[in-house]
Ligand binder design. Structure first.
Ligand SMILES: C[S@@+](CC[C@H](N)C(=O)[O-])C[C@H]1O[C@@H](n2cnc3c(N)ncnc32)[C@H](O)[C@@H]1O
Length: 204
């Protein structure tokens, strides 16, 4: 049975995200992806930059099966088996063990999980990354407490109807949480469909 799952949004955003990543990652970056979902991004990015070493992960076992199926179908040797990471768990960084991670990538997760997932992501990233390491976030954000588009406000309402702990996050709160953890905002890049790329750097 083919366990590969498909998320159509990945086809629309992957080239744009790849451009930002390629501008900010070194050619030999070791990347930990949190919340890889289907695994389509992992194999796409790793196939374009074969010198990147990509470690996917997801909280969801079905997602991890899909990631394995995409990895196997791609024949890429720079994609690792997925880790079972839940960033709301205090000890999630233990999953990463002794691996050296230069970059943590997190696409479309912090609005589809409780706020504690954003906090856990920031705190774990600050512990895992060496000084100069990067945390990359992609997704919709409010700015100064306001939605940047009607479609984002509608999306926010639909998220909260599905789960009252979910919702489009306020960029300023995300930045404050990152700062408290020891990460500094480096760049905010406006992306199509009212999304942002947000790049943090680990301080010394
Ligand atoms: C909307 S999907 C995005 C998946 C993928 N990054 C993409 O862009 O297609 C959100 C993902 O976040 C994962 N997720 C939710 N809560 C999480 C948590 N606490 N820790 C890690 N992953 C989580 C889900 O299992 C799901 O795969």
């Amino acid at each position: 049975m083919d366990a590969r799952q498909y998320a159509p949004a990945t086809q629309r955003n992957r080239e744009l995200i790849l451009k930002v990543l390629s501008d900010n990652l070194t050619p030999t970056s070791n990347v930990l992806e949190i919340a890889s979902g289907t695994g389509e991004h992992a194999v796409f990015f790793a196939s374009r930059f074969k010198s990147w070493s990509w470690i996917p992960s997801d909280i969801n076992p079905t997602a991890r099966e899909s990631i394995i199926a995409w990895k196997n179908a791609s024949n890429l040797n720079n994609v690792a088996l997925p880790l079972a990471i839940d960033v709301t768990q205090d000890n999630w960084i233990e999953q990463v063990e002794q691996r050296k991670i230069d970059v943590i990538v997190n696409i479309n997760m912090i609005h589809i999980s409780p706020w504690s997932a954003c906090v856990g992501l920031m705190e774990g990233a600050a512990e895992i990354l060496s000084p100069g390491g990067i945390l990359y976030l992609y997704g919709p954000f409010k700015r100064n407490g306001k939605h940047t588009a009607i479609s984002n406000a509608q999306f926010d309402r639909s998220l909260q109807d599905r789960n009252s702990t979910w919702g489009v996050r306020n960029l300023e709160m995300v930045v404050e949480t990152a700062n408290n953890a020891g990460l500094q905002l480096q760049q905010v890049i406006e992306m199509p469909a009212n999304n942002l790329s947000v790049i943090f750097i680990k301080l010394d």
